[in-house]
Design a binder for this molecule. Structure first.
Ligand SMILES: C[S@@+](CC[C@H](N)C(=O)[O-])C[C@H]1O[C@@H](n2cnc3c(N)ncnc32)[C@H](O)[C@@H]1O
Length: 489
């Protein structure tokens, strides 16, 4: 077994596990989730706790408990919490198998990267905790590897485990495993048959993974995948019910002969897409409605989409069809209905502001003098839902609090400032993770509310040895950080 003390896990923050994401999906699934404002969240196998720390920072009135069975990781997380002066979070060194119902009830229980990666009895206990320590309306999040997609990774894992039978030191196992992958890849370099080509791809992929992720994903004693239908059978034994998945299939009409049996339908979709991973939300109360997401629920949510246009509203309304790009230049919507053109234009104008659905409709009606009738509204809701499914629109039941203008003494997210100091990927106040360039990383560290723009510029230019920054470049970067939800004030 590899030790998480010797090789700590990655320090990733997962937007998909944040309470806003879980509650928003529950609402779309016609389930009323616990309110986020004062939510109690338990994260099992939280590693260093960065994921939970991000939640504690964005939900100051919530209460967050993280447990992990690695002293090194918990100590590192507690040091980070002290630096950030957070008082609404506790990280504990604990074996999850010792948790009893007396540990307390939580609104959200999260176990990212735990289920497949622990021994079967620990896996059973994980589900028992979701049953015994979840509020009646609470939501549990579990990620796990799935068949059939995991089968090819499993074969490579078997090769590695076979090769490392006599090696016990975690660092040595890691070194020898990488050497083996390299020599396997070299030995089939001259082969171009389909099998060799796919194997080469896999080997290259594994060689490029960060060491700590690779070690725990591929060299651990346990990494057991399941078929989705088996997973559901198992959770049902713990009186838990399927709510939804983070990545749902767009086309639910497939295999309509099985439309009565949603789980079977999902399993067929997994076979067809060779799915290797799932992130499933579970709840304690069975939900009567069909497990599809209800696009009309967007009426209860806030939204934001990074759409861009240089055209005016009148140009847009008079054109037959209009395309809207995201900030990376990819076309995300091509619309011809006037109501959809108005909505896209509105979203492009308000970004990065987050407004609720009714505020957007009011803006369209009042500012653009465009009447939205019931049929238009349904079209709009459907359209927005599709943008959400393609990840081109964010939905929020608890909109993050960030400042989208640049103040005289800007303050950036304290967690992002610490991450940038450690040379890590940084996470914004929407829970998204970015790798910033060197200058923006340095800039972020100066945004502590103590410095004016000219002071920030001179600090920055002292740190830069070449290509000094101009005041206009500084303004550009500050605006970028504001638009990307890094600024608190
Ligand atoms: C693959 S890592 C995932 C870490 C983190 N949740 C993430 O996804 O980034 C699994 C974590 O579960 C922890 N773990 C394993 N068995 C455990 C147990 N019995 N009790 C508590 N934590 C455990 C490990 O120490 C490790 O930090």
């Amino acid at each position: 077994m590899l030790s998480y003390d010797e090789i700590p896990y990655t320090q990733n923050i997962y937007q998909q596990t944040q309470p806003n994401t879980l509650a928003t999906l529950a609402i779309l699934r016609d389930h009323l989730p616990p309110a986020i404002l004062h939510c109690r969240v338990l994260e099992l196998g939280c590693a260093q706790g960065n994921n939970l720390i991000a939640m504690a920072q964005t939900i100051p009135h919530g209460f967050f408990v993280g447990i992990d069975h690695s002293t090194t990781q918990i100590a590192a997380g507690n040091a980070l919490i002290a630096q950030l002066h957070l008082v609404n979070i506790q990280l504990k060194y604990l074996d999850l198998q010792t948790i009893t119902p007396e540990f307390g009830l939580f609104d959200y229980i999260i176990a990212h990267g735990v289920y497949s990666w622990v021994a079967p009895p620990v896996r059973e206990k994980l589900l028992a905790i979701c049953r015994d320590n979840l509020q009646p309306e609470g939501i549990a999040y579990l990620s796990y590897n799935t068949y059939p997609g995991w089968q090819s990774d499993e074969m490579l894992r078997e090769i590695l485990l076979f090769h490392l039978q006599q090696v016990t030191s975690p660092i040595e196992r890691l070194k020898k495993a990488k050497q083996l992958l390299k020599s396997l890849s070299d030995s089939i370099a001259h082969r171009y048959d389909n099998y060799a080509l796919s194997l080469k791809n896999k080997l290259q992929h594994l060689l490029q993974l960060p060491d700590n992720y690779f070690a725990h994903e591929h060299l651990e004693e346990y990494n057991d995948a399941v078929f989705f239908h088996q997973f559901i059978q198992q959770v049902q034994q713990y009186d838990l019910h399927y709510l939804t998945d983070l990545q749902t299939y767009m086309d639910n009409s497939l295999w309509s002969e099985n439309s009565e049996d949603f789980i079977a339908q999902q399993q067929y979709q997994d076979f067809l897409s060779n799915r290797r991973y799932r992130e499933t939300l579970l709840c304690r109360r069975e939900i009567a409605s069909p497990p599809q997401l209800n696009y009309r629920k967007i009426k209860e949510l806030s939204l934001s989409a990074a759409l861009k246009t240089t055209a005016t509203l009148s140009q847009i309304l008079s054109a037959d069809s209009v395309s809207f790009d995201n900030f990376a230049g990819k076309t995300v919507a091509a619309v011809s209905l006037p109501s959809l053109k108005a909505v896209c234009y509105c979203l492009s104008q308000i970004y990065p502001k987050i407004l609720n659905f009714q505020e957007i409709i009011d803006l369209i009606q009042q500012d653009y003098a465009f009447q939205v009738d019931t049929a238009d509204e349904d079209e709009i809701l459907h359209f927005l839902f599709n943008l959400f499914l393609t990840k081109d629109l964010e939905l929020y039941c608890y909109p993050p609090n960030f400042c989208f203008t640049v103040s005289s003494h800007p303050v950036a997210s304290p967690l992002a400032r610490l991450q940038s100091l450690q040379g890590e990927a940084v996470t914004n106040l929407r829970g998204e993770t970015f790798w910033l360039d060197k200058v923006t990383n340095l800039l972020l560290q100066s945004l502590d509310g103590q410095h004016s723009h000219s002071q920030i510029l001179s600090r920055l230019n002292k740190q830069l040895t070449d290509n000094l920054f101009s005041p206009s470049q500084l303004q550009q970067r500050l605006k970028y950080l504001a638009a990307q939800a890094f600024l608190v004030s």
